[in-house]
Structure formats: structure tokens, C-alpha cells
Design a protein around this ligand. Structure first.
Ligand code: PEP
Ligand code: MG
Length: 539
């Protein structure tokens, strides 16, 4: 038996034969040309055809991978129209007098490499998108289409890295699981695999060599382990796990649509953390009673300029409409630190986590804050919205943020734009300072939601981005638990509710503690909700 360890990005157990994805490759030759203008026109025509293909693909993929995911193909089309993509290709055709296929391949590879070298994990994952669009243009130019040769028998499919187009077009009945040498947790391939319910493991590197093709395999997409020629005991263990997961799922399904209650009969709310419009579907599928944290950063990341009010309004409105009368807590912009967007031109800082981030940016750049607040208020006419400010450290910051919300309301009212003037305004408690003065903050906040990810980072002085010190990060540290208890008690004294939206909320070893502390709400990844409801019912 050979055992390989990768990074599990889509859970599930799969057993079958390992097959490598065969691409009938389109060869790209360096061919000299005489007529530069004609070659540029050839490239332009191919680009337009590729754009049309992507439009069609976006339309046809909606049912398979969801509306929001299918939007990726629209983004690919936009990339094809971007001068940053086009200009270097034309430059190569002009200066080297070579064919368009070669120019697209060369410039595309360089751009993909630039993305691959970036610090930001999200941007690194975009390299495969550039590769994907270049491949498409080369195919159009050469008149040959790369096809994925597949066997009729369902297999565990392996390759270097799957492009988003390939993953989206996979036949679910022929693919038991995906495994790759490269890949990123945030790649669209990983996202699509989760959406389609295909177990997937990435990042095996060269260990996933071609000579393993045809071997019997079994994998666990949760732990990221792939066994080849597995020992009978391993197969037995993983098949037992699969059966256990199936039974557990069946049990949890019986809790769908039921209220969340402790053993003693106290009601709690189980909300979902979401980061995009399509995540609202996952929240509903997970049986969330609301959205406890809508990370609005997705609107600002991965783009070249600020999202305007209309763009933001549309996204908030869509989520509110999808969630119906369930509460949707929209967290205002939390950019900075680990979430960087170049166009903000944030200063280079020694300690970005202690620097210009979250509410600090909003309070020092009022127009950005106002645009977002106006968009949220406008959307509030379409559902049950709440606003939540991140990283509030003092009463003064909270009052200034609330003043900005009031100004946005006044502007909309003056223009007769409909909105809900009674949108509750709460805060995230993410620093020791805010937990310690939570009695004061509770007088001005409609609710508290404890961001344990940052609260842990700032209380224990452990950088949440730094893997090398993770051994020093005791997420269940007594100091954190005491700060949560203090915050919850102060909320209740002031008559407001208190929840947790950081990762700790989903820690099942602490559910009993949180129930005993009297927390009113936990906001977690949608897939955790039914399990937590089951756990709470036993506490
Ligand atoms: C937190 O800090 O716990 C939190 C939920 O916010 P984020 O993880 O987005 O910083
Ligand atoms: Mg935070």
C-alpha cells in the first residue's frame, strides 16, 4: 500500500481506480509571420470567439455549479478584454513577428506566473484562470479543441491541476473524486468540487506520479489522505467511516427545520457565516436560521477599483431576498491586515494586523464608508437586515460609526429612497479592549457578535497568519473564555443579545460551555449547523 498526504478541499470518501486526465494537447509552435497586422486581427477574432464561448458556458453552467460560481466564466470573458492581458500579446506579435498562438501562450504563461508568485493566496489561485483563458484562445486559433479523454468506468481523476472550465464540465457520474499535484484551497476548482459534492484533495506534488495510473485507490477528502493498493483493513476502516457519515447525516437531517433548543428548553439561534451571494444558498441548504456574519469584503477583493453603490446594493439585496424574513447581519468593510486590495493604497506597515484595517479605514475614509452604508440601507427595504461594525475598540469609534450610518439614512430619506430606518446596529467584539469595556459599548449597540479569530490573535499576541507559531495558539485559553463570558454577561445586563461568529463557535468541545455561559447565538459555516443543533439539544 502507498499512502499519500495532500490537502483535503472537498470532504467525502471515494474508492475506485486512479486515472490520469488525458488532454489531447494542442501544440504551440513558434512560427514566423510576415503580416503583423493580419496576425493581430487573427488574434482579435479568436479572442472574440473565445468570449462568445465563455458567455454560453456561463449560461449553461448555472444549474450545475450555481449562479455565483458560473459568474467566473463572465470574469474570464472580462479578463479577455483587459488591456493588461491583450497588450503584451500584441507586443510579442509585433516585436518578434511570430504567430498569435505562440504570443498568447508566451504572454499568458508569464502573466499566470506573475499571479502564481503573489503573496496573497486568493491572487495566487488566479494563475489557473489566466492559464484557462489562454488555453481557450489558443484552441480557437488552432481550430483544435482539447478534449478530456475519459474512460467509461467511474474513476478517481488525477492531474497536475484542473482548470475551472474542466472541473465545471466534469460528468459527476464518471468522476468519483479529484486529486491533483498542485492547486489552492481557494481555487475555483476546489469551490466547484465542493458545490458538486465531489471529494477532492490537492497538493500531492510529484508524489502523485503518472506510474500510479490504474491502481486501486481509496481516499478521504476530509483528512486529505489517498491510499493506493490499499490494505484490506484500511478499506474496511474508511468504508465504515463512510457508513458512519451516512448514518450521521441521516440523523442530522431529522433536525432540519426544527428550532434550536438546549436540553433545558432555552432557545438559541444558529446562523451562518457567508462571504458571497451564492453562499446564501449554502446557508439555506445548511438550515441556517439567519446569517450571523456576511463578510462584505468579497465585494472589494480581487478587483481593480472600489465597488460602486449600485454593485453593492445588488449583492446585499440578493442575499436579503434569498434569506426571506431571516435576519442577515451585514458586516461593514473589514479590509486591511490579511485582506489587501491594491487600489486602497494602504500604507506599507510593519504590523498590518495592528494597523490601518477594518473600522479604522472606514472612519478615516468617509466616502467609502458612506457608499457601503447607503447600499446596505437601500437593500434593507428587501429583507431583514442588520449592520455590524468590525474591530470596534472604544465608545467613540462606535458613536462615530453610528453617526455615519445616520448620515446615510438622512441622505436617503431626503431623496425619498425607501429603506428600513430601524435596522439594528451591532458590533463585533474582537479585541480585549472591547470585551473589557463591553458594559459601556452595550449601551450603544443592538447586539454583540464575538469575533474569536481576532479576539484570540489580539489576546494571546499570536498572529493568526503565522503557521509557525500555531503551537502557541491555544484557542480554548482561559483568557479567551473569560472575555467571552464577560462580554455575554454585560450584553445581558444591558438587555441585548450576544453571539459568537468566530471559528470557536463551531468547536463542539465548547458547546456545553457556551450554553452554560448563556450565549444567544452561534454563527458558523453552513455545513456545521445541523451538527451544532444536535449538540446543543444535548447540553
Ligand atoms: C473573527 O475575527 O473572529 C471574525 C469572525 O472575523 P474575520 O475572521 O473575518 O476577521
Ligand atoms: Mg475579525
Amino acid at each position: 500500500m502507498i499512502t499519500l498526504q495532500g490537502k483535503g478541499v472537498s470532504a467525502g470518501i471515494a474508492k475506485g481506480r486512479l486515472a490520469f486526465l488525458k488532454r489531447t494537447s494542442v501544440s504551440v509552435e513558434k512560427r514566423s509571420i510576415n503580416d503583423v497586422e493580419q496576425e493581430i486581427e487573427r488574434f482579435d477574432a479568436a479572442r472574440r470567439t473565445a468570449a462568445e464561448q465563455l458567455d454560453q458556458l456561463a449560461g449553461s453552467m448555472i444549474t450545475k455549479i450555481g449562479e455565483e460560481n458560473a459568474l467566473l466564466f463572465e470574469i474570464h470573458r472580462m479578463m479577455l478584454e483587459d488591456t493588461d492581458y491583450i497588450d503584451p500579446i500584441i507586443e510579442i506579435i509585433k516585436t518578434e513577428k511570430v504567430c498569435a498562438e505562440y504570443a498568447v501562450n508566451t504572454a499568458g504563461s508569464r502573466l499566470a506566473q506573475e499571479f502564481a508568485d503573489m503573496d496573497d493566496e486568493y491572487m495566487r489561485a488566479r494563475a489557473v484562470d489566466v492559464y484557462d483563458i489562454s488555453k481557450r484562445v489558443v484552441e480557437v486559433l488552432s481550430g483544435e479543441e482539447q478534449t478530456l479523454a475519459r474512460s467509461d468506468e467511474p474513476v478517481i481523476l488525477a492531474t497536475d491541476d484542473f482548470t475551472p472550465s474542466e472541473t465545471a464540465q466534469l460528468d459527476r457520474n464518471k468522476v468519483l473524486a479529484l486529486v491533483s499535484r498542485q492547486g489552492a484551497v481557494n481555487s475555483h476548482t476546489a469551490i466547484f468540487a465542493r458545490t458538486m459534492g465531489i471529494p477532492a484533495i490537492i497538493g500531492f506534488g510529484a508524489f502523485l506520479s503518472g506510474d500510479l495510473a490504474g491502481k486501486e485507490a481509496i481516499l478521504d477528502g476530509d483528512t486529505g489522505v489517498l491510499h493506493l493498493d490499499p490494505d484490506p483493513e484500511v478499506v474496511e476502516r474508511l468504508e465504515a467511516k463512510k457508513e458512519e457519515l451516512r448514518k450521521e447525516k441521516e440523523k442530522l437531517e431529522s433536525l432540519r427545520g426544527k428550532p434550536t433548543r438546549t436540553k433545558g428548553g432555552r432557545s438559541m439561534k444558529l446562523y451562518a457565516n457567508i462571504g458571497s451571494v451564492s453562499d446564501a444558498d449554502a446557508a439555506l441548504a445548511g438550515d441556517a436560521e439567519g446569517v450571523g456574519l456576511f463578510r462584505s469584503e468579497f465585494l472589494y477583493l480581487g478587483r481593480n477599483d472600489y465597488p460602486d453603490e449600485e454593485t453593492q446594493y445588488e449583492s446585499y439585496r440578493k442575499v436579503l431576498e434569498k434569506m426571506g424574513d431571516r435576519l442577515v447581519i451585514i458586516r461593514t468593510l473589514d479590509i486591511g491586515a490579511d485582506k489587501q486590495a491594491d487600489y486602497f493604497s494602504l500604507p506599507k506597515e510593519e504590523n498590518p494586523a495592528l494597523g490601518m484595517r477594518a473600522i479604522r479605514i472606514c472612519l478615516t475614509r468617509p466616502p467609502i464608508f458612506k457608499t457601503q452604508l447607503r447600499a446596505i440601507y437601500r437593500a434593507s427595504a428587501h429583507g431583514n437586515a442588520a449592520i455590524m461594525f468590525p474591530m470596534i475598540n472604544s465608545l467613540d469609534e462606535l458613536l462615530r460609526a453610528k453617526e455615519a450610518a445616520k448620515a446615510a439614512r438622512e441622505e436617503l430619506a431626503a431623496k425619498g429612497v425607501p429603506f428600513n430606518a430601524a435596522v439594528p446596529i451591532g458590533i463585533m467584539v474582537e479585541t480585549p479592549a472591547s470585551a473589557v469595556i463591553s458594559d459601556v459599548l452595550a449601551e450603544e449597540a443592538a447586539f454583540f457578535s464575538i469575533g474569536t479569530n481576532d479576539l484570540t490573535q489580539y489576546t494571546l499576541a499570536v498572529d493568526r497568519q503565522n503557521d509557525s507559531i500555531s503551537a502557541f495558539c491555544d484557542t480554548r485559553h482561559e483568557a479567551i473564555l473569560r472575555l467571552i463570558k464577560l462580554t455575554c454577561d454585560n450584553a445581558h445586563k444591558a438587555g441585548i443579545w450576544c453571539g459568537i461568529c468566530g471559528s470557536l463557535g463551531a468547536d463542539l468541545t465548547l458547546t456545553q460551555t457556551f450554553v452554560e455561559m448563556g450565549l444567544d447565538e452561534l454563527s458558523v459555516e453552513p455545513s456545521r449547523i445541523l451538527k451544532l443543533r444536535s449538540m446543543i439539544s444535548e447540553c
